[in-house]
Design a protein around this ligand. Structure first.
Ligand code: FAD
Ligand code: UQ1
Length: 438
């Protein structure tokens, strides 16, 4: 009887929740010709471009955060070379003027009725929609996290809440293991988990502590980096600087009170290894945005299912996607977002004129591999994992000029070029610098 009562209570609660849900999405209604979901790199870039095509009054962006962050600089924040304050600007300041900022969270996407529902009960209908919701970090999938970040000597450059803890851990280092991880999932900027290792090595050399450090990179991947040309250079660096790389090792638990990290060997299920650390940098497991995943827009794995050539949704032709939330088979970066923004602008201009999208995205992405406080290997590649370099020099070499590009030029390019819809990636310059040969 009791079980039945619980079941009934459960059922009536479920019905009440579903009624609440339906009615909660009808508190207010709005309509826009172009609705952009997410006000990160891709969302702001596309809203600036859409404003130019159809006028600001026709464009709205749904974004709950008061602050917009330039995430790529967190690599340098974690190593004390930039401040976290320099990475953020109020969302109000990056929103294109006249574009409507809906300051709430998308809760549900209903592409069959061309509507989305926000967490404050507003139903927004659209004629066209661009999904730019980014990906989801999953610290909670590692036992002992995120609460472990309450202890010292553990940090993570992947979140604004934990990036300064990396720098504290680095400064605190006295003697022992410094451990860097790469999860068993796709990640954004696949070089970032090891960039902080090179910076740690450089910092410890600068401060005379390198002799007391055992630097370990435990990665779930079977390779150091996915593009052979750059991986070859990185293996050389790792050898020269005595950095230990262990492949197919996946972080599954952090015992922050004891400063222990537990790894599973992905090639030998059930085999685990406990490493004591003096400094730990965690790259969390990542996955699709949960709102996308629970919508009809998702592919089987939960990513936004778009055409890899033109970024139009495969089933809903009035829906488009950009950036980390999509299933575009390339490494997720802001550089990729820049190239995608130019293609998507072209695709949407064509669709608005009832013409066929023509320009094709080649998968361009770029990862400035910071290898010290004044050098970078500028990796640039495409869908075929082949180098697609902008400059007519060997970019697999560590270069000072590329460090200045990463640390000094890229932030300006991001805030004043990408976010204003004026920077569509380096393709035109690549063609110019290679005399039309690439
Ligand atoms: P984001 O910029 O993450 O934006 C997603 C937006 O969606 C966010 O503003 C979020 O608040 C919003 N959102 C999420 N859920 C909802 C919801 N339910 N409703 C409404 N809004 C929502 N890229 C490079 O090119 N070069 C680099 O060197 C580089 N280094 C990096 C280093 C680190 C440590 C990190 C973390 C990233 C780095 N990147 C780098 C990657 C780059 O920052 C991302 O690929 C880029 O920001 C992706 O843009 P996006 O618009 O797809 O997602
Ligand atoms: C880029 O376009 C870009 O977007 C603004 C980045 O994001 C921060 C990058 O890191 C890189 C490397 C590029 C590519 C640009 C050039 C000039 C190589």
């Amino acid at each position: 009887m009791a079980a039945l009562r619980r079941l009934k209570q459960g059922r009536s609660t479920a019905i009440a929740i579903s009624q609440l849900h339906t009615s909660s999405c009808a508190f207010a209604k709005q309509h826009y010709k172009m609705l952009v979901l997410g006000g990160g790199a891709g969302g702001i870039a596309m809203s600036a471009r859409m404003k130019r095509i159809m006028g600001a009054e026709n464009v709205a962006v749904v974004e709950p955060s008061e602050m917009h962050y330039y995430q790529p600089i967190w690599t340098l924040v974690g190593a004390g070379a930039k401040t976290v304050a320099s990475s953020g600007r109020p969302t109000a300041n990056v929103m294109p003027s006249g574009v409507k900022w809906v300051k709430s969270k998308v809760q549900e996407i209903n592409p069959d009725t061309n509507t989305v529902c926000t967490d404050d009960g507003t139903e927004i209908s659209y004629e066209y929609m661009i999904v730019a919701l980014g990906l989801q970090l999953h610290y909670e999938k590692i036992k002992g996290l995120p609460e472990g970040f309450g202890y010292p000597n553990i940090g993570s450059n992947y979140s604004v809440q934990t990036v300064e803890k990396t720098w504290k851990a680095l400064q605190n280092f006295k003697e022992g293991n410094t451990v860097f991880t790469f999860p068993n999932t796709p990640v954004k900027c696949a070089g970032a988990p090891q960039k902080i290792m090179y910076l740690t090595d450089a910092y410890l050399r600068k401060t005379g502590k390198r002799g007391k450090a055992n630097i370990i990179y435990n990665t779930s991947l079977p390779v150091l980096f996915g593009v052979k040309k750059y991986a070859d250079s990185l293996w050389e660096i790792v050898k020269q600087r005595d950095l230990k790389v262990n492949l197919r090792q996946n972080l599954i638990e952090v015992r922050a009170d004891k400063q222990e990290a537990v790894f599973e060997n992905l090639d030998k299920p059930g085999e685990t290894q406990v490493l004591e650390y003096e400094m730990l940098h965690v790259t969390p497991p990542m996955g699709p945005n949960l709102v996308v995943k629970s919508s009809p827009l998702a592919d089987e794995a939960g990513w936004l299912d778009v055409n890899k050539d033109n970024l139009q949704h495969k089933k809903y032709p009035n829906v488009f996607g950009i950036g980390d939330c999509t299933n575009l088979p390339t490494i997720r970066t802001a550089a990729a977002v820049a190239a995608q923004s130019a293609i998507l602008n072209r695709t949407i201009s064509k669709v608005l004129k009832n013409e066929k999208p023509d320009k094709k995205y080649d998968g361009y992405t770029s990862c400035p591999l910071v290898t010290s406080y004044n050098t970078v290997i500028m990796a640039e590649f495409d869908y075929n994992v082949q180098p697609l370099e902008t400059f007519p020099i060997n970019q697999a070499k560590e270069r000072r000029i590329m460090y200045h590009m990463k640390a000094d030029l890229m932030p300006h390019l991001y805030w004043h070029g990408l976010l204003t819809g004026l920077w569509g990636g380096p393709e035109p310059y690549r063609k110019l610098l290679h005399l039309g040969m690439k």
